[in-house]
Design a protein around this ligand. Structure first.
Ligand code: ADP
Ligand code: MG
Length: 711
């Protein structure tokens, strides 16, 4: 079908457009731009001014101009940072322009006398001559007809060059179809909202991005498109929240004196004020049949575990079940041990479920979960496996949630709903997620708008911040001699060796490093001390055995990969040495450092590093200066941006195309409020008026928000 006037639709493939080269259409299709609709949404990443061309004679000093002419002479001059490349350009009218480029010696190989160039840059008067410094230039190919003169100033889009399609080629295709294509673009924003927010219509915004009349238009268009991206996302978050709260029931776990009393008896220590406040917030949620969806954030070592236990015991007190999911087996095993200890002598039946349990034990636990004879289960993602079914799951806790994806979070919630024995009483458990990666307020409210947030903002009494310093690898010997004195005093140490890539074959390198470090230490600075190596690929029994011995104090130093990064809690460990610390990110270093200083004795962290990049130098010095996880997170956000910090895939933070939640915080806030109002009025976006926005929303965010089932 030929795509003439009437036949053009947003779905018309680019290859069917007359005048579009097949080769270009195919390349664009390969980068996800198969048709007109996609092309319109394929935004330029920047814009540039192309100035109207003048003859040299007419150039005005101190203006930005564009001229073409022939190079008649070139030379390199000056030395060092004053090195420059000079050329003389003449145009047919006999005008002369001096060109000079600083610090671009390679131009000597690119520009020669006899060539014709078009240059653009700022013109200044130098004595009698006119000069242009660091001009942008384009070589006019003698074998091809000269390009047309730029008659007017033109503010042009520059498209990312991918798959060998140049920006100019994309622009040429856009120019062919934009006008007809835009006629088919419908706006999903209600006119009224759009006017109130002073946003251009969607159609106009796209036109202004692709064919702007000036900087103002691009600004205005970007504002609209960024707002759109954030608004769609916020609508999704609010829709999901509304859906959960309005259509799903969780069990109401009323506070009773007897349950409060029994829980208190289980706590090995007095809760801090911050812990009590958070426990209160959670208990308040649990008492209602509205499903809880709460995030507890608290710095490493702030005592989130007992808060989780408190919540779970409330479910069990009412005759239901509770589950805690941890990101690593080591952490699950540790939670299992410490909770078993706290619950010793109580009637609570507790079980562990990880990926590599002996078959018999696994079968027994699964049966117990299904028939209700297990009250509390602690496990890894094995908990969301297909064969796992609960009798009456009322509270779910997800520890270190940033290590899980949103889908995994959602799956564990569904586990509770699937329990047919509980049918009729409630449809979903209460969910508590915990993280030690604090989220700056703006980001928290907006990206995790479907969660309520509680913050444990104080550490248990008697904690002193972990003293952190850095040394270069030359001084490792000294460091380990100092470690030895700590071990002599009965304290214990972690020595962390970076995992190059855990879980894949290339992890072997780090295992080799790990063993090398262990052997060196045993034969050298730590000879006579009990040193063990711990990594994720040891058999479970071996690993448990090592952790148990370390906990009992019969191992002095643990050489480990980052398997100990999250959650591991051995109060007598006071020293952590992190080898190649420059290979870790801020959040990870902070987590690792949090392994020490958890008991009464102060902790110390030594970062052994020879940082080579500015970025690494920054990270290391930030770690030495700052002990607050919140402050570190904010610096981390500033350095890397939200997407990187959360790791898009893991946290489920959606990849935005042009929005940046930090930079665009104000628009994000606006979008959040607008979305709340909109969903408040129409929770499922039902009806014709909202059909378009609903369709776009589900297309963009449906999968990761789990919106497929909404309405
Ligand atoms: P995180 O928030 O990092 O998960 P944990 O829950 O592992 O922290 O607690 C860190 C350590 O502090 C543990 O050894 C725990 O027993 C201890 N702890 C927690 N709360 C208190 C408290 N209120 N008083 C004394 N020690 C506490
Ligand atoms: Mg923890």
């Amino acid at each position: 079908m030929s795509a003439d006037t009437a036949a053009i639709a947003l779905t018309t493939p680019l290859r069917d457009i007359p005048g579009v080269r097949r080769e270009h259409a195919d390349k664009l299709a390969r980068i996800g731009v198969p048709n007109i609709g996609h092309l319109i949404a394929h935004l330029p990443h920047r814009h540039e001014w192309i100035r109207a061309e003048a003859s040299i004679e007419d150039l005005m000093p101190d203006s930005v101009a564009s001229v073409r002419g022939e190079i008649t002479a070139c030379r390199t001059a000056g030395f060092g940072h004053k090195a420059r490349f000079e050329a003389v350009m003449m145009d047919p009218g006999g005008g002369r322009l001096d060109l000079v480029w600083f610090n671009q010696p390679y131009l000597r190989g690119k520009i020669h006398p006899g060539m014709r160039l078009r240059v653009q840059g700022k013109v200044v008067r130098r004595g009698y001559a006119m000069q242009m410094a660091n001009a942008k230039f384009e070589v006019l190919d003698a074998a091809r007809p000269d390009p047309e003169h730029h008659a007017d100033d033109d503010y042009r889009p520059v498209y990312p060059v991918t798959e060998g399609v140049t920006s100019d080629q994309v622009r040429a295709i856009v120019d062919k179809v934009l006008f007809k294509g835009l006629a088919q673009v419908d706006d999903h924003l209600p006119e009224e909202l759009r006017r109130e927010r002073s946003m251009p219509a969607l159609r106009d915004a796209y036109r202004m991005m692709h064919q702007p009349k000036g900087e103002e238009e691009v600004k205005s268009a970007r504002r609209r498109l960024i707002y759109d991206e954030l608004l769609l996302f916020q609508l999704g978050v609010h829709m999901k929240r509304a859906h959960l709260r309005q259509t799903m029931k969780a069990p109401a776990l009323a506070r009773t004196d007897s349950i409060e009393q029994r829980i208190r008896e289980r706590m090995p220590f007095e809760l801090t004020g911050a812990q009590q406040r958070v426990v209160g917030e959670i208990a308040g949620d649990l008492a209602l049949d509205v499903p809880m969806n709460r995030l507890v954030q608290g710095d490493v070592g702030s005592g989130k575990t007992v808060v989780a236990l408190d919540a779970m015991l409330r479910a069990i007190g009412h005759g239901h079940q509770a589950a805690l999911m941890a990101p690593t087996e080591i952490l699950a095993e540790q939670h299992f041990l410490s909770m078993s200890a706290m619950l010793e002598g109580s009637s609570v039946r507790i079980a562990l479920l990880t990926g590599n349990l002996p078959a018999e034990e696994r079968v027994r636990t699964l049966a117990g979960l299904a028939d209700g004879s297990v009250d509390l289960v602690i496990g890894t993602h094995a908990l969301i496996g297909d064969q796992v079914a609960f009798k009456s799951l009322a509270v779910v806790v997800i520890d270190e949630q940033h290590r899980f994806g949103v889908e995994q979070r959602a799956k564990l919630r569904v586990k509770g709903s699937a329990a047919d024995a509980g049918a009729g009483e409630f449809d979903t458990p209460h969910v508590l997620v915990m993280t030690a990666t604090p989220i700056p307020r703006t980001i928290g409210l907006t990206l995790f708008g479907d969660l309520d947030i509680s913050t444990i903002d104080a550490l248990p009494p008697g904690r002193t911040p972990v003293a952190t310093r850095t040394v270069t690898s030359e001084r490792r010997g000294e460091v380990y001699r100092w470690v030895r004195t700590k071990l002599d005093a009965g304290e214990q140490a972690y020595i962390v060796v970076p995992a190059i890539d855990t879980g894949s074959a290339s992890g072997d390198d780090s295992l080799r490093d790990l063993r090398t470090v262990q052997q060196e230490l045993e034969g050298g600075e730590l000879s006579g001390k009990r040193v063990a190596a711990l990594h994720g690929r040891l058999k479970r029994e071996t690993r448990e055995h090592i952790m148990a011995r370390f906990r009992a104090g019969s191992i002095d130093a643990l050489v480990a990969t980052t398997v100990i990064e999250v959650g591991v809690d051995v109060p007598n460990a006071t020293v952590i040495i992190i080898e190649h610390a420059d290979r870790f990110g801020l959040a990870q270093l902070h987590q690792l450092r949090g392994r020490v200083g958890r008991g009464g004795k102060p902790g110390a962290c030594v970062l052994v590093a020879d940082p080579k990049t500015d970025d690494a130098v920054q990270r290391i010095s930030t770690m030495c200066e700052t002990t607050s996880g919140f402050e570190l997170a904010e610096r981390d956000f500033a350095l890397r941006g939200a997407g990187d910090v959360f790791g898009t895939r893991q946290s489920g933070v959606p990849p935005f195309r042009i929005a940046d939640p930090l930079r665009d915080a104000a628009l994000l806030d606006q979008a959040r409020r607008d979305a709340a109002v909109w969903i408040g009025a129409n929770p499922t976006l039902a009806g014709d008026a909202d059909a378009l926005v609903r369709r776009r929303l589900i297309k963009t965010h449906g999968p990761w928000l789990g919106l497929g089932d909404v309405g």
